[in-house]
Design a protein around this ligand. Structure first.
Ligand code: PRP
Ligand code: HPA
Ligand code: MG
Length: 184
């Protein structure tokens, strides 16, 4: 078995350079939208998938923001959602009256974010918006409103840039499609 992850990739969907450019645009848009906000802005990353996108995005937002994270998981080791969202780590802060920007890697079936959005709204923030790098609308089973979306993607299982298959490939610097023999 090779240790070179690149050999498991059928095609690159978004290169490192493309991601960098698009994330800079998202950061600029967010900076503009929140430039007059008076209350604290919390950037909430949904671990583990969002970790790579989160660190790049927050550095392209030119405003003071606070960091917080949730750990949520629903996929286990497969390519299909289990349908049940497990919260493994809650927010650290009381976010009532604050602005929340939820940062997520991908909205696929929508199960995770539909569940988490209800959870965030119950915490009575001043506002809550969602920034997702990727959206796969063809797979949606529940509605999710995405305020800032990096790219709309077709129905393919993607890896890299935080996205995993059975915990692997998260540290690829680009987003790609796995060769079918890897997960069949
Ligand atoms: O729209 P959905 O169908 O719910 O899929 C999207 C979610 O699935 C993945 O997380 P996963 O549960 O695999 O955990 P991870 O972030 O640790 O990879 C991904 O990071 C999203 O959080
Ligand atoms: O396409 C995907 N890749 C990795 N993890 C995911 N979780 C939901 N969709 C995906
Ligand atoms: Mg996730």
């Amino acid at each position: 078995m090779t240790r070179d992850m690149n050999e498991d990739i059928e095609k690159v969907v978004f290169s490192e350079e493309e991601l960098k450019k698009r994330i800079a645009e998202l950061g600029k848009e967010i900076t503009e939208d929140y430039k007059d906000a008076e209350e604290t802005i919390y950037c909430v990353g949904i671990l583990k998938g969002a970790v790579v996108f989160y660190t790049d995005l927050v550095r392209s937002i030119n405003l003071p923001v606070h960091f917080d994270f949730m750990i949520a998981s629903s996929y286990g080791n497969g390519t299909e959602t289990s349908g049940t969202v497990k919260i493994l780590k809650d927010l650290d802060y009381d976010v009532a009256g604050k602005h929340l920007i939820i940062i997520e890697d991908i909205i696929d079936s929508g199960t995770t974010m539909n569940y988490l959005m209800k959870y965030f709204r119950e915490r009575k923030p001043k506002s809550v918006k969602l920034c997702a790098l990727l959206s796969k609308p063809s797979r949606r089973t529940v509605d999710v409103n995405i305020d800032y979306c990096g790219y709309t993607v077709p129905d393919e299982f993607l890896v890299g840039y935080g996205l995993d298959y059975a915990e692997k490939y998260r540290n690829l610097p680009y987003i790609g499609v796995l060769k079918p023999e890897i997960y069949e």
